[in-house]
Design a protein around this ligand. Sequence first.
Ligand SMILES: *Cc1c(COP(=O)(O)O)cnc(C)c1O
Ligand code: SF4
Length: 335
Amino acid sequence: MITRSVATVDSLTWQEQLATSIRDPKQLLNMLGLDTSLLDGALNAHEDFPLRVPLPYLQRIAKGDPNDPLLRQVLPLGSELLAAPGYSDDPLDEQNSNPVPGLVHKYHGRVLLIVSPNCAINCRYCFRRHFPYQGNKPGRSEWQHALDYIANDSSIREVIYSGGDPLATSDKQLQWLTEQVASIKHVQRLRVHTRLPIVIPNRITDSCLQWLTSTRLIPSMVIHSNHPNELDKEVANALYRLKRAGVTLLNQTVLLSGINDTLSALQQLSERLFEVGVLPYYLHQLDRINGAAHFEVTDLRAKQLIAELTAALPGYLVPKLVREIPSANSKVLIL
Ligand SMILES: *Cc1c(COP(=O)(O)O)cnc(C)c1O
Ligand code: SF4
């Protein structure tokens, strides 16, 4: 019983699409015609990390299939609550690379700015599901400390907007922030890591393109897509607008058991990405965050998949298989 027609959903503004997200596990199961035996587990895991899925994403989920690769990314499961050896609440040790609130400086030449603690969607595998965002609330006065930090370190050439999801913030705020970053002479590049063009493609408004491309900073965007079914016509249109405005588009994927750990899913993802103007960048091994153990794919299987992809596709469509290791000075290639 999806109450809004497809046409109605797509004609809402991005703010309306954010506000009408599904947040009730029972409603989600009803709308998708799924068995209520999933409900108890969903409610328990939802208490730990709430369900959140906007209607444009929901539209791409098949009805009646508990194994749909998009559903599995958003449906809370009871198994998330089982403790797993090697899993923790801060596997990346980011709380120790947080020199000022809202800024993570781990790698040479680039910093992550936590622009927004909010996301449009809650991904069950998310490595930030336990990040202490309370001390990382954004706003001009908080950003000012981060901007001062960037201005005082001339080795920083690239500022990366991250989150949460940076595009959950208003264009007005992002315009202000980007002008401040652009006024720091040694910063050359602006990168936005976001899942919003996938989840709510209407987010790519004219005013979004405006702040992103109107400064001297060289803009790029890393979208986070995990499956070819996520890249429908509306998403393709949003990406086309970004590309036409001169934004370099890259994708990173998290390798997820039962979602994209097959040659056919990864091959179709790379081919569809290229079709919509995006190059594959990283294929991430999962961060070992509590609640995500059931998504893990072994390194052996991951390397096998990369070998199969390499045999099937041109080199530029094969992402780099990497893992994040707290003490390393870059993402670590898995060879
Ligand atoms: C992933 C990440 C980056 C960006 O790494 P690239 O290899 O440049 O894509 C920067 N800072 C932090 C803290 C990161 O986790
Ligand atoms: S959009 Fe990114 S940060 Fe937000 S929940 Fe999903 S994976 Fe996590």
